[in-house]
Design a protein around this ligand. Sequence first.
Ligand code: FES
Length: 112
Amino acid sequence: MNAHVKEETIWIDVGAVTDVPLRGARRVPTPRGAVAVFRTGDGRVFALKDACPHKGGPLSQGIVHGHAVACPLHNWSIDLATGEPLGADRGKGCSPTVPLRIEDGRILLGQV
Ligand code: FES
């Protein structure tokens, strides 16, 4: 009997790229917790668990600057590509990234 089970990613359409404001974010509730989807000034899209690595602040309500977001609670700056704090708070935890792809202008979040 073959015990090898291939895990496949399930992609869920959560809306159009243009639904997320430039230099802004949208909060997407999922069965595994809320996800923050960000769109930067240069049009790139990122997804992180919507919880700051410091004390769980809602990153989707933060200010997007460059490819980072400033947490609304205590102003830690979180790298959108890695979920890790920048600057003096580097190395103090991480907000997990969420698999994301764009297809025909739609945002798909991955769930493994
Ligand atoms: S909870 Fe985000 S900086 Fe404190």
